[in-house]
Ligand binder design. Structure first.
Ligand SMILES: [Zn+2]
Length: 198
Protein backbone atom coordinates (compact mmCIF):
# COMPACT_ATOMS: atom_id res chain seq x y z
CA UNK A 1 0.00 0.00 0.00
CA UNK A 2 1.17 3.51 -0.77
CA UNK A 3 0.86 5.35 2.47
CA UNK A 4 -0.36 8.89 1.96
CA UNK A 5 -1.53 11.44 4.47
CA UNK A 6 -5.11 11.16 3.25
CA UNK A 7 -5.04 7.44 4.12
CA UNK A 8 -3.33 7.75 7.50
CA UNK A 9 -5.15 10.84 8.76
CA UNK A 10 -8.41 9.01 9.41
CA UNK A 11 -6.62 6.18 11.21
CA UNK A 12 -4.28 8.24 13.39
CA UNK A 13 -4.95 8.80 17.04
CA UNK A 14 -5.69 12.46 17.82
CA UNK A 15 -3.67 12.35 21.01
CA UNK A 16 -0.64 10.59 19.54
CA UNK A 17 2.56 12.20 20.79
CA UNK A 18 4.61 10.82 17.89
CA UNK A 19 2.67 12.06 14.87
CA UNK A 20 0.36 14.65 16.54
CA UNK A 21 -2.65 13.06 14.84
CA UNK A 22 -1.29 13.21 11.29
CA UNK A 23 -0.47 9.52 11.02
CA UNK A 24 2.89 9.92 9.27
CA UNK A 25 6.33 10.20 10.78
CA UNK A 26 9.41 11.61 9.09
CA UNK A 27 12.36 9.32 8.65
CA UNK A 28 15.94 10.08 7.86
CA UNK A 29 16.43 10.86 4.19
CA UNK A 30 13.13 12.70 3.81
CA UNK A 31 11.00 9.54 3.70
CA UNK A 32 7.80 9.10 5.64
CA UNK A 33 6.32 6.05 7.33
CA UNK A 34 2.94 5.50 8.98
CA UNK A 35 2.94 6.02 12.72
CA UNK A 36 2.45 3.16 15.17
CA UNK A 37 -1.00 4.55 16.05
CA UNK A 38 -2.09 3.98 12.42
CA UNK A 39 -1.01 0.33 12.50
CA UNK A 40 -2.79 -0.19 15.82
CA UNK A 41 -5.99 1.26 14.36
CA UNK A 42 -5.71 -1.11 11.40
CA UNK A 43 -5.27 -4.01 13.79
CA UNK A 44 -8.40 -3.05 15.75
CA UNK A 45 -10.49 -2.73 12.57
CA UNK A 46 -9.36 -6.14 11.31
CA UNK A 47 -9.75 -7.69 14.77
CA UNK A 48 -13.37 -6.51 14.95
CA UNK A 49 -14.03 -8.07 11.56
CA UNK A 50 -12.27 -11.25 12.66
CA UNK A 51 -14.52 -11.46 15.74
CA UNK A 52 -17.54 -10.89 13.53
CA UNK A 53 -16.48 -13.69 11.15
CA UNK A 54 -15.79 -16.12 14.01
CA UNK A 55 -18.94 -15.48 16.02
CA UNK A 56 -21.56 -15.12 13.30
CA UNK A 57 -23.91 -18.00 12.68
CA UNK A 58 -22.42 -20.37 10.15
CA UNK A 59 -25.50 -20.33 7.94
CA UNK A 60 -24.88 -16.59 7.39
CA UNK A 61 -21.52 -17.28 5.83
CA UNK A 62 -21.95 -17.44 2.10
CA UNK A 63 -20.04 -18.51 -0.94
CA UNK A 64 -18.94 -15.76 -3.28
CA UNK A 65 -17.58 -15.77 -6.79
CA UNK A 66 -14.39 -13.85 -7.41
CA UNK A 67 -13.26 -12.91 -10.89
CA UNK A 68 -9.59 -13.01 -11.65
CA UNK A 69 -7.77 -10.59 -13.87
CA UNK A 70 -5.53 -12.00 -16.53
CA UNK A 71 -5.77 -13.47 -19.99
CA UNK A 72 -8.31 -16.21 -19.27
CA UNK A 73 -10.29 -14.16 -16.69
CA UNK A 74 -11.49 -17.22 -14.88
CA UNK A 75 -12.95 -16.96 -11.43
CA UNK A 76 -13.12 -19.08 -8.31
CA UNK A 77 -15.72 -19.70 -5.69
CA UNK A 78 -14.67 -18.96 -2.16
CA UNK A 79 -15.85 -18.43 1.39
CA UNK A 80 -14.53 -15.01 2.30
CA UNK A 81 -15.29 -15.20 6.02
CA UNK A 82 -13.29 -18.38 6.41
CA UNK A 83 -10.48 -17.02 4.24
CA UNK A 84 -10.28 -13.90 6.41
CA UNK A 85 -10.10 -15.99 9.60
CA UNK A 86 -7.36 -18.14 8.07
CA UNK A 87 -5.35 -15.14 6.83
CA UNK A 88 -5.69 -13.36 10.18
CA UNK A 89 -4.44 -16.42 12.07
CA UNK A 90 -1.64 -17.14 9.59
CA UNK A 91 -0.31 -13.59 9.86
CA UNK A 92 -0.28 -13.85 13.66
CA UNK A 93 1.73 -17.06 13.42
CA UNK A 94 4.15 -15.53 10.92
CA UNK A 95 4.92 -12.10 12.41
CA UNK A 96 4.78 -12.79 16.16
CA UNK A 97 7.44 -14.57 18.16
CA UNK A 98 6.48 -17.40 20.53
CA UNK A 99 6.07 -15.13 23.55
CA UNK A 100 3.89 -12.63 21.67
CA UNK A 101 1.86 -15.41 20.08
CA UNK A 102 1.01 -16.87 23.49
CA UNK A 103 -0.28 -13.49 24.64
CA UNK A 104 -2.15 -13.09 21.34
CA UNK A 105 -3.82 -16.46 21.87
CA UNK A 106 -4.77 -15.87 25.50
CA UNK A 107 -5.83 -12.24 25.20
CA UNK A 108 -7.21 -11.82 21.67
CA UNK A 109 -8.40 -15.32 20.80
CA UNK A 110 -9.50 -16.71 24.16
CA UNK A 111 -10.57 -13.36 25.61
CA UNK A 112 -8.55 -13.44 28.84
CA UNK A 113 -8.18 -10.02 30.47
CA UNK A 114 -4.83 -8.60 31.61
CA UNK A 115 -5.21 -9.93 35.18
CA UNK A 116 -5.69 -13.51 34.02
CA UNK A 117 -2.94 -13.23 31.40
CA UNK A 118 -0.37 -11.77 33.81
CA UNK A 119 -1.18 -14.47 36.38
CA UNK A 120 -1.01 -17.34 33.90
CA UNK A 121 2.08 -16.07 32.10
CA UNK A 122 3.78 -14.83 35.28
CA UNK A 123 4.54 -11.32 34.15
CA UNK A 124 3.86 -7.83 35.39
CA UNK A 125 1.20 -5.53 34.00
CA UNK A 126 3.67 -3.25 32.17
CA UNK A 127 5.32 -6.13 30.32
CA UNK A 128 1.92 -7.44 29.30
CA UNK A 129 0.69 -4.15 27.83
CA UNK A 130 3.99 -3.46 26.08
CA UNK A 131 3.66 -6.85 24.41
CA UNK A 132 0.04 -6.10 23.45
CA UNK A 133 1.13 -2.82 21.82
CA UNK A 134 3.86 -4.65 19.92
CA UNK A 135 1.38 -7.29 18.74
CA UNK A 136 -1.08 -4.64 17.52
CA UNK A 137 1.67 -2.73 15.72
CA UNK A 138 3.24 -5.77 14.03
CA UNK A 139 -0.03 -7.30 12.92
CA UNK A 140 -1.61 -4.00 11.86
CA UNK A 141 1.38 -3.25 9.66
CA UNK A 142 1.21 -6.68 8.06
CA UNK A 143 -2.56 -6.42 7.53
CA UNK A 144 -2.03 -3.23 5.55
CA UNK A 145 1.07 -4.22 3.64
CA UNK A 146 0.88 -7.96 2.94
CA UNK A 147 0.86 -8.75 -0.79
CA UNK A 148 -1.04 -9.49 -2.93
CA UNK A 149 -4.23 -9.38 -0.82
CA UNK A 150 -3.98 -7.05 2.15
CA UNK A 151 -6.56 -7.57 4.89
CA UNK A 152 -6.95 -3.81 5.19
CA UNK A 153 -9.00 -2.09 3.79
CA UNK A 154 -11.45 -4.77 4.87
CA UNK A 155 -14.08 -3.78 2.30
CA UNK A 156 -11.64 -4.31 -0.54
CA UNK A 157 -10.68 -7.72 0.85
CA UNK A 158 -14.29 -8.87 0.87
CA UNK A 159 -15.54 -7.14 -2.26
CA UNK A 160 -12.50 -6.90 -4.51
CA UNK A 161 -13.28 -7.23 -8.18
CA UNK A 162 -10.73 -6.85 -10.94
CA UNK A 163 -12.48 -3.86 -12.42
CA UNK A 164 -12.37 -2.06 -9.06
CA UNK A 165 -8.61 -2.31 -8.87
CA UNK A 166 -6.39 0.35 -10.31
CA UNK A 167 -4.84 -0.95 -13.50
CA UNK A 168 -1.30 0.24 -14.06
CA UNK A 169 1.00 -0.15 -17.02
CA UNK A 170 3.64 -2.76 -16.44
CA UNK A 171 7.14 -1.56 -15.69
CA UNK A 172 9.57 -1.56 -18.63
CA UNK A 173 12.21 -4.28 -18.43
CA UNK A 174 15.54 -3.21 -16.99
CA UNK A 175 17.91 -1.80 -19.56
CA UNK A 176 20.51 -4.35 -20.59
CA UNK A 177 24.13 -3.27 -20.68
CA UNK A 178 25.40 -2.77 -24.19
CA UNK A 179 26.94 -5.98 -25.45
CA UNK A 180 29.78 -6.06 -27.94
CA UNK A 181 29.28 -9.18 -30.07
CA UNK A 182 32.26 -11.44 -30.43
CA UNK A 183 32.88 -12.24 -34.09
CA UNK A 184 36.08 -14.14 -34.61
CA UNK A 185 37.61 -13.39 -38.01
CA UNK A 186 37.17 -16.97 -39.16
CA UNK A 187 36.53 -16.08 -42.82
CA UNK A 188 39.64 -13.93 -43.04
CA UNK A 189 41.70 -16.59 -41.33
CA UNK A 190 40.58 -19.22 -43.80
CA UNK A 191 40.35 -17.31 -47.08
CA UNK A 192 42.29 -14.13 -46.57
CA UNK A 193 40.95 -10.61 -47.20
CA UNK A 194 38.06 -10.26 -49.61
CA UNK A 195 38.93 -8.52 -52.84
CA UNK A 196 36.44 -6.98 -55.22
CA UNK A 197 36.37 -8.37 -58.71
CA UNK A 198 37.81 -5.95 -61.26
ZN1 LIG B 1 0.69 8.52 15.73
Amino acid sequence: MDWTRSKTLALASNGCAHCRGLGLRDLLGGKQRPCVCVFRSIFRICYLRFQDCVTKEKHLSHVSFELHSGPNRRGTWGRKDEEFIADFSAIARRVLDDFEHRIFRYHFLLGADWRLCTRQLRMDRGTFFHAVYRIEKKMGQEFGEVEPFALYPVDEYFNALPRQRVIKASEPPPKKPSVIPIRPPIFHQLFGPVRKAA
